[in-house]
Design a protein around this ligand. Structure first.
Ligand code: NAP
Length: 249
């Protein structure tokens, strides 16, 4: 039986390329997109290119209602997931609140919504960035995020606090903080979901030529998606990887 993956923000960029890769490998792929029409046309384009099985799912990672509606649709179709890829993200220019909402609370909300539909032994891949390295943070927040006793609720309150203070005082910008927090969340979720053998990892695509990365980036979208692909069938859990190799938290 084919395995099923859901990728958020898969209507363009790295997410779309990963959808193409997995469909070519024979996966059933759910193309997450916050704009239903963009999702449908991406799925149609990829079906034509790959001959694979891809379907669009409307999913805005900043909206509880959108996630609940997507979950209901999957339940109605009796769909279970073998892989969830939290890829949707925004970069600098989004503002502090939207950046943390999309890049940190988005994966958290999406994971909590979809976890009942994940099969035991499934994987969750959070798409991170080298800009989220702890070394970029000031010493106090570096210590807080690295603390092995940090809980999901404490991490969420840290992020609410960061937004309330306008994104000041962490030593780096909202994008870097959102990805540093996503890395910490990855570690926490890996522990929480270990009893179900769900492996949770963060994978960095490197600096990639997409709308986000710009034309001057050194890596192709194929290289970026291949780096993220590692998480989909990783045997490890709780790690941060680029090109299949561990990188600094
Ligand atoms: P991109 O080309 O800008 O594509 C971003 C995707 O995320 C789009 O499909 C976008 O949908 C979607 N998205 C944004 N907000 C969303 C929301 N609220 N709900 C659902 N989807 C949403 O970016 P990319 O370069 O492919 O980046 C993909 C991931 O890689 C991101 O997490 C990014 O932080 C990470 N990353 C990228 C680079 C790089 O150099 N490109 C480097 C390190 C990490 P719309 O089309 O509707 O806007």
């Amino acid at each position: 039986m084919a395995q099923t993956a859901l990728i958020t923000g898969a209507n363009r960029g790295i997410g779309q390329q990963l959808a193409r890769m997995l469909a070519t490998e024979g996966w059933d792929v759910l193309v997450g997109a916050r704009d239903a029409e963009k999702g449908r046309s991406a799925a149609a384009r990829l079906r034509k290119d790959t001959g694979g099985r891809l379907k669009a799912v409307e999913l805005d990672v900043t909206s509880d209602a959108s996630i609940a509606a997507a979950v209901q649709k999957l339940r109605d179709g009796a769909i279970k997931l073998d892989a969830l890829v939290n890829n949707a993200g925004i970069y600098r220019g989004g503002g502090v609140g939207p950046t943390i909402e999309t890049n940190f609370f988005g994966p958290l909300r999406t994971t909590l919504g979809l976890v009942p539909l994940l099969r035991d032994g499934a994987t969750i891949t959070n798409v991170t960035s080298g800009l989220g390295e702890l070394a970029n943070l000031d010493a106090e927040h570096r210590r807080l995020l690295a603390d092995p006793a940090l809980t999901r609720d404490a991490l969420a309150s840290l992020m609410h606090g960061f937004v309330r203070t306008g994104g000041k005082g962490w030593g780096t910008d909202a994008y870097g903080v959102s990805k540093a927090a996503l890395n910490a969340l990855t570690r926490i979720l890996a522990t929480e979901l270990a009893p179900r053998h769900i492996r949770v990892n963060a994978t960095c695509p490197g600096w990639v030529r997409t709308d986000m990365g710009g034309r001057g980036a050194p890596r192709s979208v194929e290289e970026g998606a291949a780096s993220v692909r590692f998480g989909v069938t990783a045997t490890e859990t709780g790690g941060i990887f680029r090109d299949g190799r561990r990188i600094a938290p």
